[in-house]
Design a binder for this molecule. Structure first.
Ligand SMILES: C[C@@]1(CC(=O)O)c2cc3[nH]c(cc4nc(cc5[nH]c(cc(n2)[C@H]1CCC(=O)O)[C@@](C)(CC(=O)O)[C@@H]5CCC(=O)O)C(CC(=O)O)=C4CCC(=O)O)c(CCC(=O)O)c3CC(=O)O
Ligand SMILES: NC(=O)C1=CN([C@@H]2O[C@H](COP(=O)(O)OP(=O)(O)OC[C@H]3O[C@@H](n4cnc5c(N)ncnc54)[C@H](O)[C@@H]3O)[C@@H](O)[C@H]2O)C=CC1
Length: 483
């Protein structure tokens, strides 16, 4: 019979949170491993009996004894030490004796961990991260204890700040919900509401619960109670009011990894993100709040632009933290300057986060160093299409000057003509980079003479970046002289 039930693989360990309060746990040995064990089991409120001769104690185990955190027996292990024990841990450098104790526990059915003999362990210790009520434990099932430690450290580093405190606050809220709706038969309503709240607010935002003080917290519970009674989830901006903020953020050229750490944080924390089209899905997936994407324009881009800005303004008026997410860099052909003025007129000064423009990333994708000692020492970045479709004023030819032209594909013929008028030799190397830094990226090389015909021959489509000048083939030319 074929089923969709989880297939059982076997070979694992049972992962539990073992409650050991007031249980008697014997630790044999007083070195480093014993010291770590003491911390683990005392954290779980167990009663510890430590057997180890005085000369075997390290500073930390001696401190635990002096601080009365463990009961100490100053001698080597004897078999009767096992009497009345709920659990035994050996942490000794005498491996024969350690294994003997392990077998003895087995015969007496006392759960045992033999630190130096994994096959004799009834259970393994796990690498732990604790923050208040949060307990994260990682096991490699004995294969790589140091790796367990590294994986645990990595997981802990991704958690929001003070997550332990946030969990305690959630515990309080759950207790309140029980007060508001005590009937056992309504547990479905309780649980559904709590789940929807958590999912709507998100982990990052919920950490703001930590900052609430006395009266603020009481008022919040009143609001939450009203919504609970209506079985509705209160909007994030109502529960966690923030001061309004608009950030203009560059999303980079299209590779989801080419966005800044700061941009990523702003996206995670934003209540509303108003995005350009064609931003990679992996970047958009970071958004926890509301996401609105620009509609497809059909020549009436001013209207579409105005609509985007109005969406942002609506958010700001609701005290939201708003991100305007733009392709490339906001201030390099991104109309970011105009947007700054627009927001300023309405009383908001945008926070700016730069992005990597394709003007920089496209030449690199094609392995073109736009400056190269002895070959080129100037780069001019220009558009191929000025305001309302006008032609850009391209610079005169300079033998050490590089030109990077954005939005040039539809203008290849006219741009080539203008470059000839500006004294560019027909043999000047050129390069088209289509969909720079995206999986569909294409690099097409040529010279000024063929600059327009290669566009037709290769069916190059926007978005594409044009690079003109001697650096284009500097890494592939045979006779490059390094100076
Ligand atoms: C089977 C297990 C039995 C048990 O102890 O329960 C066991 C066995 C052994 N560990 C050994 C070595 C090391 N152990 C650590 C560290 C930790 N070891 C822990 C658990 C476990 N260790 C259990 C399996 C857990 C799992 O994988 O799921 C952690 C996770 C928890 C804890 O101990 O509290 C803790 C990280 C705590 C933290 O994150 O803070 C380091 C790193 C370091 O010291 O910095 C090293 C040196 C580097 C290395 O070997 O990786 C050796 C000697 C090997 C030899 O002689 O070569 C043996 C015996 C053997 O393997 O034969
Ligand atoms: N599971 C783990 O995470 C790890 C396990 N190990 C293994 O654990 C063992 C202990 O490691 P450490 O604490 O670093 O060693 P250590 O050398 O610091 O301590 C050994 C302790 O055992 C005591 N001891 C020896 N014989 C005894 C006896 N008959 N009765 C009572 N106490 C006795 C010694 O006095 C000393 O205090 C090592 O054998 C090592 O192979 C080592 C590192 C990590």
């Amino acid at each position: 019979m074929s089923t969709s039930f989880t297939p059982i693989q076997g070979g694992g360990s049972l992962v539990l949170a073992w409650r050991t309060a007031q249980k008697k746990i014997l630790i044999v040995g007083g070195g480093n491993v014993a010291a770590q064990r003491i911390v683990s089991v005392r954290t779980a409120d167990a009663h510890v009996i430590l057997v180890c001769p005085a000369q075997g104690l390290i500073d930390e185990t001696r401190y635990r004894i002096e601080n009365k955190e463990v009961t100490w027996i100053d001698r080597n292990f004897v078999d009767s030490d096992l009497d009345g024990m709920d659990m035994v841990l050996t942490a000794m450098d005498d491996h024969e004796e350690s294994a003997r104790i392990g077998h003895l526990c087995r015969s007496k059915r006392i759960p045992v961990n033999v630190a130096d003999v994994p096959p004799l362990c009834d259970f393994y210790f796990m690498s732990q991260h604790r923050e208040g009520p949060l307990q994260i434990a990682v096991s490699t099932n004995g294969q790589g204890p140091k790796l367990a430690n590294m994986i645990r450290t990595k997981i802990a580093a991704t958690l929001p700040k003070d997550i332990g405190k946030t969990i305690e606050k959630m515990g309080l809220l759950r207790a309140k919900v029980r007060e508001w709706e005590p009937a056992i038969e309504n547990s479905g309503k309780r649980m559904g509401w709590v789940i929807r709240c958590c999912e709507t607010w998100g982990l990052e935002t919920m950490s703001k619960l930590n900052e609430l003080k006395g009266k603020e917290e009481e008022n919040l519970y009143k609001v939450l109670e009203e919504y609970f009674k209506k079985n509705e989830v209160p909007p994030t901006s109502l529960v966690f009011p923030s001061s309004p903020e608009i950030a203009l953020i560059g999303a980079g050229p299209g590779d989801p990894e080419l966005i800044t750490v700061k941009a990523k944080r702003c996206l995670l924390e934003a209540d509303l993100v108003v995005s350009d089209r064609l931003i990679p899905q992996q970047v958009l997936d970071l958004v926890q709040g509301e996401l609105r994407i620009a509609r497809k324009t059909t020549g009436r881009s001013d209207e579409a632009q105005e609509e985007l800005l109005e969406w942002c303004l609506e958010g700001l008026k609701k005290n939201q933290r708003v991100v305007r997410l733009k392709i490339g860099d906001p201030l390099l052909f991104g109309r970011g300057g105009e947007e700054i003025l627009w927001f300023r007129e309405r009383g908001y000064e945008p926070v700016m986060v730069p992005g990597i423009s394709s003007a920089f990333s496209a030449p690199m994708a094609a392995m073109i160093p736009v400056t190269f000692r002895g070959v080129s020492d100037q780069v001019i970045i220009t558009t191929g299409r000025g305001t309302k479709g006008s032609m850009p004023d391209l610079p005169e030819y300079g033998s050490t000057r590089m030109l990077v032209v954005l939005m040039a594909v539809g203008r290849a013929v006219e741009l080539r003509q203008m470059l000839l008028e500006r004294d560019y030799p027909l043999t000047t190397p050129i390069c088209w980079v289509e969909n720079a830094n995206c999986p569909e990226e294409r690099v097409v090389l040529g010279i000024l003479e063929t600059m327009a015909s290669v566009v037709v021959d290769n069916n190059i489509k926007a978005p594409a970046v044009l690079i003109v000048g001697k650096s284009v083939d500097v890494l592939t030319r045979d006779n490059v002289k390094i100076v």
